[in-house]
Design a protein around this ligand. Structure first.
Ligand code: DLL
Length: 443
C-alpha cells in the first residue's frame, strides 16, 4: 500500500505553543529564565564564578530586560571546561553526548538528559512540520549521524512527528540517489551543499530527480543564499526551507522557516530567548537591527546556556507571519562574524560570493574561495566551475573567469583572481561545505 493523507497546509505540531500570544510567551520566558539562571549558578562552578565577578545573582532578575546584566558565554568557555565542566546535571542523569569536530583545539562537548532529548525531538518535529513535513511522510535523512547533531536531531524529530526515517546519513551519494528513487521519500533532510551533490550524481546517472515525489527539502547547518534555494527548488522539484541550530544550544531545530512565507526562521521562544547584540560594543540592539545572535536556553537541564554568543550575524523581526505562528523570526544567517573576510577593507561573506555566482549563466553552483596573504593584506581568489553543458575550451574558461571577476568587482566591490574549472574539478560536499580555504599561513 502506498497512500498518503491529503496535505493540510495549516497543520502545526504544537498549535497552542506556536500561536501563543506575545504576552503569554514573555511571561513563560521570564519564569523559565529564572529557573535557568538558578540552575546554572547552583550547579556549574563556571557560571557561579562569572556571575559573582559580574556582581549579579539569579534572584536579581525580575524581568527579561534584566538579563543584560548577566555575563555572556562563549565557545571558549566550553573548551576551557572540557569535557564536562559546563554540565549542570550529574553524569548519571546524562543520556547522550555530542561534540563538534573541533578543527582547532579541543572539540566542544554538549550533553542531554532524557528530558532534553525529549524536548529537542519535539522542537525538531515542530520545525519539520512548519517546513511542510507531515505525519505519515517518509524522511530521507542525509544529515551526518554521529557526534554531529544533525543526523540524530532530524531523526528523532521526524519520528516524533510520526514519519518513517531513512537514516542514510551523509556520503555514498550513488546509493542515496538509488534509495531516493526506490523509496519515494516525501522529505529530504541534508545540508544544502550536499543536496547539490545528490542532484549532480542523479544527473550523471540519468535520473530525473525533479520528477521524484520528494516534496520538501529541510536544509541547514551552513549558510546558503536565496539563489541557492531557487537552484535547489528547481533541480529537485521541491519547496525547500531553512533550518537553523547549533550544538551548544541544542542542535537542529532552534529555528525553522515555515513553508507559508519562507522569509525568516521562527525561533522557538518558549524554549530559547533570542537577543541581537552589537559584536563590538556588546550592547543589545533593538528589534530589526543586524548584529550577532545571542541565545539563552530556557529549559535545558544538562547544559544551560546563558547569553551564548553564536557569532552568527542576522536580524530578528516580530512582524506577524501569514502562517499564524507568533514566535519571532530570525532572518537567514548569511555568515558568522568569524567567517567574514576583509578584502582590501571590504567586508565579504562567502554567501555573498555565492549569490553572485548563481546569477552568472553557464556556471555550476560549486565554488571555493582561497585566502592568501598579499603583503600585509588578505587577498581572495576564487575557483568556480562551469556547468556540464557549457563550452569548455581554454578560451571559454578564461572568458567565464573574466565575466565572474567583473561581476564580483561590480556587485561586491572587491577585485579577485578567478579561475574557471571544468565540471567535476572542485571538491564536492559530504556535509558542511568547505567554502573558504585559508592559505594565509602557508607559503
Ligand atoms: O549545524 C546543527 C544543525 C544541523 C543545524 C542540521 C541545522 C541542520 P553545529 O555543527 O554546532 O550545529 O554548527 C552550528 O552552523 O552557529 C551556524 O554558524 C551554522 N548554521 C547552522 N544552521 C545554519 C543555517 C549544526 N540554517 C553553526 N544557516 C551555527 C546558516 C547555519 N548557518
Amino acid at each position: 500500500m502506498n497512500t498518503s493523507a491529503p496535505f493540510d497546509p495549516d497543520f502545526m505540531f504544537d498549535r497552542e505553543t506556536e500561536t501563543m500570544s506575545r504576552k503569554a510567551l514573555a511571561d513563560l520566558q521570564a519564569e523559565r529564565l529564572k529557573w535557568t539562571l538558578s540552575r546554572a549558578y547552583e550547579n556549574v562552578p563556571h557560571y557561579r564564578k562569572k556571575f559573582d565577578e559580574a556582581g549579579v545573582k539569579p534572584e536579581q532578575l525580575n524581568t527579561i530586560a534584566d538579563l543584560k546584566n548577566f555575563p555572556f558565554t562563549m565557545k571558549t568557555d566550553l573548551r576551557d571546561n572540557y569535557p564536562f565542566g559546563m554540565f549542570a546535571s550529574p553524569r548519571s542523569d546524562l543520556r547522550r553526548i555530542h561534540a563538534s569536530s573541533g578543527t582547532t583545539g579541543k572539540p566542544t562537548v554538549v550533553a542531554y538528559t532524557s528530558g532534553d532529548i525529549d524536548r529537542w525531538a519535539g522542537l525538531m518535529a515542530r520545525s519539520m512540520a512548519a517546513g511542510g513535513a507531515r505525519p505519515g511522510d517518509v524522511v530521507h535523512n542525509a544529515y551526518g549521524y554521529g557526534l554531529f547533531t544533525g543526523g540524530l536531531g532530524a531523526h528523532c524529530g521526524a519520528e516524533r512527528l510520526g514519519c518513517a526515517v531513512v537514516p542514510i546519513s551523509g556520503g555514498g551519494t550513488e546509493r542515496q540517489v538509488e534509495l531516493l528513487k526506490d523509496f519515494s521519500p516525501d522529505i529530504l533532510c541534508s545540508t544544502p551543499s550536499y543536496a547539490l551533490n545528490i542532484v549532480e550524481v542523479a544527473q550523471q546517472q540519468g535520473i530525473d530527480i525533479a520528477a521524484l515525489p520528494v516534496r520538501r527539502g529541510i536544509f541547514g547547518a551552513e549558510p546558503w543564499s536565496e539563489e541557492m534555494r531557487s537552484e535547489l527548488d528547481r533541480a529537485l522539484g521541491i519547496k525547500s526551507v531553512d533550518v537553523y541550530g547549533l550544538s551548544e544550544i541544542m542542535g537542529p531545530g532552534v529555528a525553522c522557516e515555515c513553508d507559508t512565507e519562507r522569509s525568516g526562521l521562527h525561533g522557538w521562544e518558549d524554549q530559547f530567548l533570542f537577543e541581537i547584540i552589537d559584536p563590538e560594543t556588546l550592547e543589545p540592539l533593538p528589534m530589526g537591527e543586524a548584529g550577532e545572535l545571542v541565545i539563552t536556553t530556557l529549559t535545558k537541564e544538562a547544559l544551560p546556556m546563558v547569553r551564548y554568543r553564536t557569532r552568527d550575524i542576522t536580524r530578528l523581526t516580530d512582524e506577524p507571519c501569514a502562517c499564524g505562528r507568533s514566535h519571532v523570526r530570525i532572518l537567514r544567517v548569511t555568515g558568522r562574524d568569524d567567517d567574514m573576510l576583509i578584502i582590501r577593507g571590504v567586508n565579504v561573506y562567502p554567501s555573498q560570493v555565492e549569490s553572485v555566482l548563481l546569477r552568472v549563466s553557464g556556471l555550476s553552483p560549486h565554488y571555493q574561495i582561497k585566502l592568501r596573504k598579499d603583503g600585509s593584506m588578505d587577498a581572495m581568489s576564487l575557483e568556480v566551475e562551469i556547468a556540464p553543458d557549457a563550452p569548455a575550451g581554454d578560451s571559454d574558461l578564461s572568458a567565464k573567469a573574466a565575466e565572474v571577476r567583473h561581476h564580483i568587482k561590480t556587485i561586491i566591490g572587491v577585485s579577485c583572481d578567478v579561475q574557471a574549472k571544468r565540471p567535476g574539478e572542485l571538491p564536492r560536499s559530504q556535509g558542511k561545505a568547505v567554502r573558504v580555504l585559508d592559505l594565509r599561513n602557508k607559503t
